[in-house]
Design a protein around this ligand. Structure first.
Ligand SMILES: C[S@@+](CC[C@H](N)C(=O)[O-])C[C@H]1O[C@@H](n2cnc3c(N)ncnc32)[C@H](O)[C@@H]1O
Length: 193
């Protein structure tokens, strides 16, 4: 992570606390763990929600097979620009819009559904209907057997809401990050696609 990434992340946090939700980019270790939980090394079509300055993105791209593809949603324009200027990997595309649009992306790019969606959107700071909208879209965009992996700092907030959208929800605690994080995995959509 470059010094420029840290600074642009901190500035973004000062301007838009609710949507950015953290004061610093996520550590590489969390990104690697999320890539493992998402089964990225065997994936063909992967999506990231809330890529920020790209620390998790970098770990997903490291694990992703050479002929696979990845899309990342990000709504903060300076982060979109940062991702576009720093990641030149031909497998990677940045989408400057909200993650709810992933259903349309499935229709155009992955009709059988995505293998994994990796997410670090700060849900506990967003209005609940927005969280439900994004989780419903994620559940509908995955293929059967696909997995949604979400990073959260709040210990209890997201799990009950994820259960409304996914049949199976499991938790992994990752203590080696500041602050320590909870990684939630959801499988099996409760929605028809
Ligand atoms: C806690 S930061 C995580 C950034 C980066 N992935 C990391 O781990 O350092 C959350 C990111 O989610 C983005 N975000 C918030 N709501 C979003 C939405 N509806 N769609 C896409 N991105 C969103 C924010 O702009 C911010 O970059």
């Amino acid at each position: 992570m470059t010094q420029q990434s840290w600074w642009s992340f901190f500035k973004a946090f000062l301007n838009e606390r609710q949507r950015i939700g953290a004061i610093a980019p996520t550590s590489a270790g969390v990104g690697r763990r999320m890539a493992q939980l998402g089964g990225i090394e065997n994936a063909r079509r992967v999506v990231e929600f809330g890529a920020g300055t790209g620390p998790i993105t970098a770990q997903i791209l490291k694990a992703l097979p050479a002929d696979a593809r990845m899309w990342a949603y990000e709504i903060h324009p300076p982060f979109v620009e940062h991702l576009r200027s720093t990641i030149t990997d031909p497998r990677f595309t940045v989408l400057a819009e909200s993650a709810e649009h992933v259903r349309e992306l499935r229709a155009s790019e992955a009709p059988e559904g995505f293998d994994a969606i990796i997410c670090s959107i700060p849900f506990s700071l967003l209005p609940p209907p927005m969280t439900s909208g994004i989780l419903a879209a994620a559940a509908q965009a995955l293929r059967p057997g696909g997995v949604f992996v979400a990073l959260q700092y709040h210990p209890r907030y997201l799990r009950p809401i994820m259960r409304e959208h996914f049949e199976h929800v499991s938790r992994t605690f990752y203590p080696w990050n500041l602050p320590p994080t909870l990684l939630l995995s959801g499988r099996g959509s409760r929605h028809s696609s």
